[in-house]
Every structure is written in structure tokens, then in C-alpha cells.
Ligand binder design. Sequence first.
Ligand code: PEP
Length: 247
Amino acid sequence: MKKELIAGNWKMNGSLAGNEALVKALLAGLPAQPCEVAVCVPALYLAQLQALVAGSPIELGAQDVSMHESGAYTGELSAAMLREFGVRYAIVGHSERRQYHGETDQLVAAKAKTALASGVTPIVCVGETLAQREAGKTEEVVKRQLAAVIHTNGHCISEIVVAYEPVWAIGTGKTASPEQAQQVHAVLRAQLKAASAQAERIRILYGGSMNAANAAQLLSQPDIDGGLIGGASLKAQDFLSIIAAAL
Ligand code: PEP
């Protein structure tokens, strides 16, 4: 059976001292048999985090990865470099990168492919804006975003993690109801099933203002296999409560 994955997305937050305190509090509070847990941290802190989580159940994640393997791409970080720092997961196609950095479906798909080739599991984010939801386009948007990744990655698709993150729910305190989230997750699952015989093992995370109070209900939905957590992953007690809800 697949293990649920609770991944924290620290975004552009943290400091050497703050990271150490947060990770120590997480390690002290983790249950004996946790679900899978990861923290996706700013790249500059990967070396620090690699040391802090060594030998613990916490996996390391990055928030982005280059679509290129190496070369003249100033400012980019390759998947192979991430691997050297023990990175297991890389978020690709987060809505903040699609919105502020102009990332297209094709670029996101290429990033997923390069990550997979280097042994980094991409957490591929898809999700609609409020305007798209209100226009009845939720399904069309998430299917288009996922289709690009399926098209580029072929049978390797069974190795990815998908995160459904409605843009209107990210950092806003508005959460999709468990039914709204499940409905979209079921659509994504069906699309994955059409592309891969292994689709049942692909984890589809929900992200968007998941917190200690709403996690259990969201995680009890049949096609929700974990969470991608922004704000609540920065507070040890909140993140630990979400982890406990996933047991
Ligand atoms: C995110 O950034 O991926 C996210 C889900 O953020 P938040 O939990 O703060 O809505």
C-alpha cells in the first residue's frame, strides 16, 4: 500500500537558526511510525538541512529544479546537484512559479523529466485560479497541465507525485472542501489511469491552506494521498498535527 506523503513547502522563509529550531522540534515530536514526511526548503539551506535530517525519517526536498542537465544557465540548479545534497523530491510547476516566473506547462513537464532522470522525484503542481473555477474550467485546466507532464514523461509517469493546489486556496486561508478536492483528485486519478497501469500507486497530494483543523477530513478522501503544506509547515506543532492526521 502507498504511504501518505506530507511535504512542507517553506517557500522563501527560514534562517540558519530558525531552521535548526524548527527541525529539532519536528524530530522531537514525530510519531514512532510516521507517514512519509518531507521538507522542501530554500536551496541555500539544503546543506544545513541535509545534516539536520541525516538518519531521521524526514526527507529533503527542493522547491524547483532546472530543465537542463548542466551548462550556461546562470542561476539554475540541476537535479544532479540536488541529488548531491540528498534531495529526494523537487516541487515543479508551483503556481507561484507559473505566475511570477512565467513557467509554462511544457517547461514544467521538461523539469519533471530532468528530475526523474537524475533520481529526484518531481512533485508536479496543478491547479486552477478562482476565475477559472468560476468559469467552470477547473477540470479543463488541471487536465491540460497534467497532460503535458504525461506526454513528456511516458511510462515514467508512475514515478511522479502530483499535487492538486487550487490557486485560490494557497496562502489565503480558504481551503477546498474535502468533496471539492476529492472531485478534482478523482479526475486526475482517472487521467493517470488512462496513461499508466500503475496509476494507483501515484500519490496525489492536496495543497491549499491545509492545517491542523482540516487535515484529517481532507486526508480521509479516497484519492487524497497526502498534503503539500505551505504556511502550516513553518510551525512545528501545526505541521506535526497534520502528520498525525495522516497516520
Ligand atoms: C503551497 O504553497 O504549496 C501551499 C499549499 O501553501 P499554503 O499551505 O500556505 O496554502
